[in-house]
Design a protein around this ligand. Structure first.
Ligand SMILES: C[S@@+](CC[C@H](N)C(=O)[O-])C[C@H]1O[C@@H](n2cnc3c(N)ncnc32)[C@H](O)[C@@H]1O
Length: 273
């Protein structure tokens, strides 16, 4: 199963190093939603499910008395513990489908770029079980087809980027991995058994990235790791080719260019009354 990849230390490190940075826009969207729904009451407890190395867990620390990061992967939890700088944050190995928490004990259940790995119905019910009254749910991720922009070379750069996705899709013909991200979490929105819910799609977020950062980002995608497992030489060659083609397009500017990478994020928000 692809999710086993997150248990590998090497992949955990690549993911931590190269995955696109935490989106402050999405963090602000989630925090404003919680503050709005709880009328600015003090917030006791947040749980970040599928927390990985804690990238989206730590920014919650200033806003809650306690924050708990949960992940199925021990190697991710170990990385998260090494990264922790806040003493109100703790981590635990546990599944999203059986949260180690009391009923009605949590103000926010969140999942960042993770809910598509879970058994969605079970996770949705667990999330609602552990939420207090007025507690909030927030699951967000980004749409995988990134667009690149750089001077008048955007078209050529995007031809290469489309080939990256076409290659990745060959390893996910039934959309078992990319199904939820492609429908922007519609399935997760529908699975949440709460009346008060919102589904926000196509949130534009851009990052400035160098060619090595884009190549690193491609490596940090699970689809690339599956490619590596099935055909290590082919995957390595593929990456070298992609890097070469980007460099041919950019010519002398290849080392200095900061490309604008456009991502579409999406978010499911809900509140228990
Ligand atoms: C793409 S990573 C995202 C990590 C982190 N939230 C971030 O944004 O950097 C997805 C994470 O979900 C975890 N995961 C997958 N299935 C899980 C499950 N059923 N229960 C808990 N964690 C799970 C994986 O181990 C992995 O760390």
């Amino acid at each position: 199963m692809a999710v086993q990849l997150f248990k590998k230390t090497a992949f955990s490190s690549v993911y931590q190093k190269y995955m696109i940075p935490v989106s402050n826009e999405i963090m602000n969207l989630v925090l404003s939603y919680v503050k709005d729904k709880t009328n600015g009451q003090p917030l006791e407890m947040a749980v970040d499910v599928g927390c990985g190395a804690g990238r989206y867990t730590l920014p919650l620390a200033p806003h809650f008395k306690k924050v708990l990061g949960i992940d199925l992967s021990e190697s991710q939890i170990n990385l998260a513990k090494q990264n922790t700088l806040a003493n109100n944050v703790s981590y635990m190995v546990a599944p999203a489908e059986k949260l180690p928490l009391e009923d009605a004990s949590v103000d926010l259940v969140t999942a960042a770029v993770a809910a598509h790995w879970f058994t969605v119905d079970k996770f949705a019910h667990e999330a609602v079980r552990v939420l207090k009254s007025k507690g909030c749910f927030a699951a967000h991720a980004f749409y995988p087809a990134t667009e690149l922009e750089y001077k008048d070379l955007s078209h050529d750069l995007n031809v290469v980027m489309s080939e990256v996705w076409d290659t990745f899709f060959q390893y996910d013909v039934n959309r078992k991995i990319l199904g939820h991200p492609f429908c922007q979490y519609k399935t997760i929105y529908e699975a949440i058994p709460l009346q008060d819910k919102e589904w926000i799609t196509d949130i534009p977020i851009k990052y400035e990235m160098s060619i090595p950062e884009i190549i690193g980002f491609i490596q940090s995608m699970v689809m690339f790791q599956i490619f590596l497992e099935k055909d290590m030489k082919g995957a390595e060659q593929f990456l070298i080719q992609i890097d070469r083609r980007f460099r041919e397009i950019l010519g002398e500017e290849a080392d200095s260019a900061r490309l604008t990478a456009h991502f579409k994020h999406y978010c499911v928000l809900a509140c228990k009354h």
